[in-house]
Design a protein around this ligand. Structure first.
Ligand code: MRU
Length: 356
């Protein structure tokens, strides 16, 4: 069992269900600041601005945000509560387009709303309270379920590792990106606990530096041997025999095994294929979208140009007004993926229908 390596979670719901508490990931690694969000708008912007990020974490944040804002809503009757619930659900649904966990979690909340409503009877003196409490319980159980899934992913992924293993990872699929522990980083924490002394090479992950700012920060806090490399250095470390395995997360897995993950992931997969290094994508089954036939059907988020030209530089790093293309994710074709590690086991990309 993976013991807790962190003293906090990156997303939490306050005990009274009236605040969503997130660690502002845009300030890391320089500042650990927790934000107490009290409106759906604050949660929406925390997600779009990546204060909370990572596929499972945004799903949890959205579920908490929906439960919190409905809990605060003063409804005259169940119909008014339902109208507000659907409004906030639709609003949070479009906060980011690529990671399917966001939609998965909000759809679960909607099912909870209607199941609870259908079970109300005349004996319920406070039907609005009954629904509000059910939504809070459902949002908490989404987070708990993610923690259980991350633990199993960590155990399944750890079986792929051996003492002294050299790992390359891209973006941040760790504790910060989920409920707890991580997906791609979960097996690394477990391997460290088992004395394998893993060596981890972390792509800095331009333009938003999730690797440098978040993964390096998390791994170093856990005492793991961490080496930061620029994204264009992955080939040389692979060619030098430093990498035995690539572990990355996923934002949406299509039914045919194509994987959407942070921009740059597909390039790492192509390099891994060239050097004969196994490439695994790790994520909970909530990240698999069986309604999406292939990667071609996945919407790739495009983000603002200042993220490329200005964001993490004290002065702009490109001429003012330059045309910028800033896709936030790319698709790794199924044929480049050795396996998809889920809480239910490790599957070849063409075997995902076994999970149905
Ligand atoms: O834009 P981000 O930082 O939310 O992108 C996150 C990633 O691409 C992660 O690798 C992915 O969500 C897996 S998180 C367990």
């Amino acid at each position: 069992m993976l013991a807790s390596v962190f003293s906090y979670d990156s997303v939490e719901l306050s005990a009274n269900g009236r605040e969503v508490i997130i660690l502002d990931q845009t300030l890391l690694p320089n500042q650990e600041k927790f934000l107490h969000l009290t409106t759906a708008e604050q949660v929406f912007f925390a997600i779009t601005l990546l204060k909370v990020r990572g596929a499972p974490a945004i799903g949890i944040a959205a579920a908490f945000g929906l439960a919190m804002s409905i809990n605060r809503f003063k409804a005259k009757n169940v119909e008014a509560l339902e109208k507000e619930f659907l409004r906030v659900k639709r609003y949070l649904y479009i906060s980011r387009p690529t990671a399917v966990n966001l939609m998965w979690a909000l759809d679960k909340m909607e099912r909870c709303f209607y199941v609870t409503k259908s079970k109300l009877d005349d004996k319920d003196k406070k039907p609005i309270e009954v629904i509000k409490n059910a939504l809070i319980a459902e949002a908490r159980s989404i987070k708990l379920e993610d923690t259980r899934m991350c633990l199993s992913i960590s155990e399944n992924g750890c079986n792929l590792l051996k003492p002294g293993v050299g790992i390359l990872t891209h973006c941040n699929a760790g504790h910060l990106a989920v409920s707890r522990y991580g997906t791609a980083l979960g097996p690394i924490y477990l391997a460290q606990q088992q004395g394998y002394a893993p060596r981890v090479y972390v792509d800095e992950t331009r333009p938003l530096l999730q690797g440098a700012r978040l993964t390096a920060y998390e791994l170093m806090n856990a005492g793991i041997d961490t080496t930061l490399i620029c994204d264009d250095m992955a080939s040389i470390v692979m060619s030098q025999g430093k990498i035995d395995i690539v572990l990355v997360g996923c934002d949406r897995v299509a039914a045919n095994g194509d994987v959407a993950n942070k921009i740059g992931t597909s390039g790492v997969a192509i390099l891994a294929k060239h050097y004969g290094i196994p490439f695994y994508s790790l994520g909970p089954t909530s990240t698999i979208d069986f309604n999406c036939p292939s990667g071609d059907n996945i919407v790739i988020e495009e983000r603002a140009s200042y993220e490329v030209t200005d964001m993490y530089f004290s002065k702009p790093s490109a001429p003012e007004g330059v045309k910028v293309y800033n896709p936030s994710f790319d698709i790794t074709p199924a044929e480049l993926i050795t396996g998809i590690v889920t809480e239910r086991g490790i599957y070849k990309p063409n075997e995902l229908t076994k999970l149905l």
